[in-house]
Each structure stands twice: as structure tokens, then as C-alpha cells.
Design a protein around this ligand. Structure first.
Ligand SMILES: [Fe+2]
Length: 597
């Protein structure tokens, strides 16, 4: 039984394939076509999923699409009258969905009638809920999805039991926690798609001075729900407009906040304006208000379901600062967050919804790691390394695994910035030890070094640590696993000086716990670094420089050459820049101003 999940025609397009109830492959289109947040039909991702399973498109039994044009039809029609432009945009998207069979056939150069799969349209939030509960380790759980907007809803919650989910409630447009966060992110002068992370990082530098006002902007409502103060927003009168920037095809969301917000909080920050304490306090207030609503919603869900396990998905589930507070503020004892909690994860969710809710199959799969994307053989890597060597000035060694791990650990302990390229591409936006740039967490200056040499990010954004799962409790005030870097926990006061580089200004860190069974090679590297230094953790940031995370060896080598990474460990090869090359790069970087990522 082969089920192909396809998230198409909006940002974070992706594909996933489930064979006999088990996920075999999943990848975002952006990793393959190298366009950040790529939309459209994810033809490359689909092709990869099919190749991975040795199947042809004509052999697929079911195709699951995470969008249901019939969902909330009356509400959509009501708004269509008020916002004709928004309605037109939606109608265009719907037309493309209806023609997906033909577009697929054209992309795979086959007649449409050769696609014999049954097509299923799965409502957006149902797919989010399925993406987390059906792949979680829990037999029963409360399940919550919250995002900006999908199929005219922004949140949905359910009780998951075995291979079934019972939807208990929802929040429909225009009330939306995702829109709230994006609107205030825009107000603070961050307009790029995905900039919400920046504001979450900034919040730690402020005090929630404006929380009183923010409680009017967003508030918990009823046992689980929430409401926006609509006078602060314009998406319900103008429609949330999405366009595509021509230069790099990345999505741009139109303005969401109203002039009333500016009247109450002062003028919006212009993108080039310096950040002041007022901006930091606004960021802190918006984060605090979101957390109040989420904590009330989680507690409501715990009361209604009586469950001790919680599954989360939807873009709001990426708020790792809020997620870190679940354990101290609710009765939930175990939490699973899908690694691709945003819309990329919908392809996995839609496929599993078909597998369980439509085909009635039992559950037999747990997502215990995130390595579902492409991998490359040592021969592929050797070829890429050989051709890079012809044009680059670096030393190359091919090493046995145990020597390779020791060598990499020693470089890290010596303060080198190290590219780490191993195994399959991670599913979701986080590098989790397969396509990562690593550094020594004991050196406070590493944050500045990583920024100056490679990442070019705003100084207020923290870097994250990976730590051995068995040692996490020694360093953090919580023991709950965080395999996909979706929780921020307080670093124990006694350990903050041991790992200053990834510890944020508020004393927390967005950690990844690394288990021996789920990522054995990365675990060995952390163990080796721990044996050398006494600290079983590294700074882990994504392997990229103002681009989607690298996928192929050629992209890793190109990023290694372009930036001031010292060492690249790729498969069994260790590449080290010669001193001369490293110095030239250092001078170049000091002389050339780079745009922020
Ligand atoms: Fe969504």
C-alpha cells in the first residue's frame, strides 16, 4: 500500500511517502530546488520520494492532498463577498488544486489516466493533527494544531486514541495566533517570511511592560479557545495577502496590523531603524501574551481530555520558548512536537490521515528521528570532494569512523568551526546533526565568531546546543527529551558558565537532546567531545549561508569554500582549509559587508 502525501501551491511545499503504514521518505522542495520556502508543485520532492521506494507514480495507490475546498464553505463565501481580492486569490489556488492530476502527469511526462491513485483532500488542520499524533509514540494523547490560517481555520484540537482522532473544537478565521504573531513581527520591522523566530529571540532582552495592552490584542476565550482584538488587525477586512518576491521567489505576506495598533503602541518600527528598549519590551509583551493564551489552552485541553500526553503541530508549535513552559504550567507529562510542525509537515499528516482514518489501518510507525531526506554514498561524496579539491586549497583525509569522530571532536575542542555532513537530510527547518555547522559551546565568543564568519544573523538571535540525552538533566532544569529542538529550557545556574555560547540572555537554551539509538554517529561525536572537554554538548546551527540548508555534497563544499568554516567533515572525509586560504577569507569577510540572513 503506497500513499503519497503532497503539500503543494503554498509556502513550504513538500512530499512524503508512506509504504505499508511506515514513512519511508519526506523532504521539502526547497532543499532540492534551492529556493527558500518554495511553493508550487513539489515535483523534485515527489520524484525523490518515489525513487527512494523504487516506485513509479503510476504504482501509487493513494495521493493525499492537505487541503479541502469544501471545508467551511459558507464562512469562505461570506468573506468572499466582503474581500473580493482575497476570494479571487483563493479561487486561483483552488483551480490549481483541482488540476493537480494533470499537472502531476505533465511533470512526470505521462498521460493523466495512467495515474491510477485515488485522490484524497484532507482538511488542513486535520492533516496537522494527523502529522503529530499518528507518528507520535503515544497510544492516547490530546492533540493541538495552531497556525496562521489553513482552510479558513487557525486552530483545531482533538483526542487521539489508537488509529483514530476525535476532533473536539476549532477556531476559525479571522482569529489566529499565527496571524497575531506575524502581525506584531511586522510591526517590529521584520517583514521577511519566517521572521517570527527573530522576535522570539528578541523577546528575551525585554520586559513585558505592555502586557496589559497585549491582553486586549489577544486573549484566551472559553475553556480552550482564543480571540483577537480585531481592531488591532486588518487581515479580516483586507484579507491576508500573499505575494511572491520576484528576486528570489520567496513569499511576502501583506501588512496585517491596523493603525489602531500604532495609536496604542506608538509608530511601527521601520526595518532599518535601530532596535530600542521599547521594541524589546514589545517583543517580550507579545511573547508573554502568547504564552498566557497557550498555557490556558493547554490546561483547557488537559481538563477536557484528561490526558497526560500532548501532541503539537502547526507553525505556533515552533515557539520553543512557550513549549518549554508546558511541563511547569500544565498537567502534561510527555509532549511530542512534529519536527516539520509548519505546513511542510502536512504532506506527512495527510498521508497518515489516509492510512488510518480512511483506510482503517492500525498504527505501526513512530517518528523517532528526523532523517527522512536524501543521502549520498561515499562514492558520490568522493566525486564531489575530488572536483572541489581541484579548485580549492585544503587538505583532505579519508578516515575510519572512529578516527573521524575523534578528529572532529579535537577540531571542535581547538575552537574550529566545523561543517558536519552525514546521512540523510533532516525533515523540518532544524539541522539536527546531519547537515549542521558545529562549534565549541564553552567559548562565549563562538556566537560572535559564527555570526561574523558564516551566519550573518542579528546579534540578538541565540544559537542552540545539542547535548547527549543522558546528560541533559545535569545541564538543564528539565529532563524531558527535545530530539527535534522544539523546546527551550532554563540552563542550570551552575552550568551557564560551562556552555555560554548557546545560553540565551535569559538563561535558557533551545536544546536538541541526542540519543544513542536515533542518531548514533552524532551521539558518538558528542561523547568524544565530552570525553575530551568534560562538556558533552556542541553548538549546532544549520549548514547554510543565506540559502536553504545544504542537501547535496556539492552544496556543502560550496558553502565550505564560500564561508570561513575551518573544517568540513563530509561522509568519511575531513577537509581542512590551509592557513593561507583561511587568512584570505578572514580578510575578505572583514572588508565585505554581508546582508543579514
Ligand atoms: Fe498550517
Amino acid at each position: 500500500m503506497i500513499i503519497l502525501g503532497i503539500n503543494a501551491y503554498h509556502a513550504n511545499a513538500s512530499a512524503a511517502i508512506v509504504v505499508d503504514g511506515r514513512l519511508v521518505a519526506a523532504v521539502e522542495e526547497e532543499r532540492l530546488n534551492r529556493v527558500k520556502y518554495a511553493a508550487g508543485l513539489p515535483a523534485r520532492a515527489i520524484r525523490y520520494c518515489l525513487d527512494c521506494t523504487g516506485t513509479k507514480l503510476s504504482q501509487v495507490d493513494h495521493i493525499a492532498i492537505p487541503r479541502d475546498p469544501r471545508a467551511r464553505l459558507w464562512a469562505k463565501l461570506r468573506y468572499a463577498v466582503r474581500m473580493p481580492r482575497f476570494a479571487l486569490e483563493r479561487a486561483r489556488a483552488m483551480k490549481r488544486f483541482l488540476g493537480i492530476r494533470e499537472e502531476l502527469a505533465a511533470a512526470f511526462d505521462m498521460p493523466p489516466e495512467d495515474i491510477r491513485a485515488r485522490f484524497h483532500t484532507i482538511e488542513h488542520h486535520t492533516a496537522h493533527l494527523a502529522s503529530t499524533f499518528f507518528v507520535s509514540p503515544f497510544e492516547r494523547a490530546a492533540v493541538l494544531s495552531a497556525d496562521g490560517l489553513g482552510d479558513f481555520a487557525s486552530a483545531m484540537w482533538a483526542l487521539g486514541e489508537g488509529a483514530q482522532m476525535r476532533v473536539l473544537g476549532q477556531v476559525t478565521f479571522p482569529h489566529s495566533l499565527g496571524m497575531y504573531y506575524t502581525a506584531l513581527t511586522q510591526y517590529l520591522g521584520f517583514w521577511k517570511f519566517g521572521d517570527e523566530y527573530k522576535v522570539m529571540g528578541l523577546a528575551a532582552y525585554g520586559e513585558p511592560e505592555f502586557l496589559g495592552e497585549f491582553r486586549r490584542i489577544v486573549r484566551a476565550y472559553g475553556p480552550i479557545s482564543f480571540r483577537l482584538g480585531l481592531e488591532y488587525f486588518i487581515h479580516h477586512t483586507h484579507g491576508p495577502e500573499m505575494s511572491w518576491r520576484e528576486a528570489d521567489s520567496t513569499p511576502v505576506l501583506g501588512r496585517l496590523f491596523s493603525s489602531h495598533l500604532e495609536k496604542r503602541l506608538g509608530p511601527a518600527r521601520k526595518a532599518e531603524e535601530p532596535l530600542g528598549q521599547r521594541h524589546r519590551n514589545i517583543a517580550a509583551s507579545m511573547q508573554a501574551a502568547l504564552e498566557e493564551v497557550l498555557i490556558a489552552n493547554w490546561n483547557g485541553l488537559a481538563r477536557i481530555t484528561g490526558e497526560k500526553a500532548l501532541c503539537l503541530a502547526g507553525g505556533v508549535a515552533f515557539n520553543c520558548v512557550a513549549n518549554g513552559k508546558i511541563f511547569g504550567h500544565t498537567p502534561f507529562e510527555r509532549v511530542f512536537v512534529h519536527p516539520a510542525a509548519g505546513d511542510a509537515g502536512l504532506s506527512v499528516g495527510a498521508a497518515f490521515q489516509v492510512n488510518h482514518a480512511i483506510l482503517g489501518r492500525q498504527r505501526e510507525f513512530v517518528m523517532d528521528h528526523a532523517g527522512w531526506g536524501p543521502e549520498f554514498s561515499n562514492a558520490d561524496i568522493r566525486r564531489a570532494v575530488d572536483s572541489a579539491h581541484a579548485t580549492g586549497d585544503f587538505e583532505i583525509e579519508e578516515l575510519r569512523e572512529d578516527v573521524l569522530v575523534q578528529t572532529a571532536a579535537r577540531h571542535l575542542a581547538d575552537g574550529k568551526v566545523l561543517g558536519w555532513f552525514q546521512g540523510r537530510v533532516e525533515w523540518g527547518p532544524r539541522a539536527l546533526g546531519n547537515r549542521s555547522i558545529l562549534a565549541d559551546p564553552r567559548r562565549a565568543e563562538m556566537k560572535e565568531i559564527l555570526n561574523r564568519r558564516i551566519k550573518h544573523r542579528e546579534v540578538f538571535r541565540p544559537f542552540a546546543p545539542s547535548i547527549l540525552e543522558e546528560d541533559a538533566g545535569e545541564y538543564f532544569e528539565r529532563m524531558n527529551p527535545s530530539p527535534f529542538m522544539t523546546f527551550a529550557y532554563p540552563v542550570r545556574a551552575s552550568k551557564r558558565s560551562a556552555i555560554p555560547a548557546p545560553t540565551h540572555v535569559d538563561g535558557t537554551a533551545r536544546l536538541q537532546t541526542v540519543s544513542r539509538t536515533n542518531n548514533p554517529l552524532y551521539w558518538k561525536l558528542l561523547r568524544a567531545f565530552g570525553d575530551l572537554t568534560g562538556v558533552p554538548a556542541v553548538v549546532n546551527t544549520s549548514f547554510n549561508d543565506n540559502e536553504p540548508i545544504v542537501c547535496r555534497p556539492e552544496e556543502a563544499l560550496d558553502c565550505f569554500r564560500r564561508t570561513q568554516m575551518d573544517v568540513l567533515v563530509i561522509g568519511r572525509f575531513v577537509l581542512e582549509k590551509s592557513k593561507k586560504e583561511a587568512e584570505t577569507k578572514e580578510n575578505d569577510a572583514e572588508n565585505v559587508a554581508r546582508p543579514a540572513d
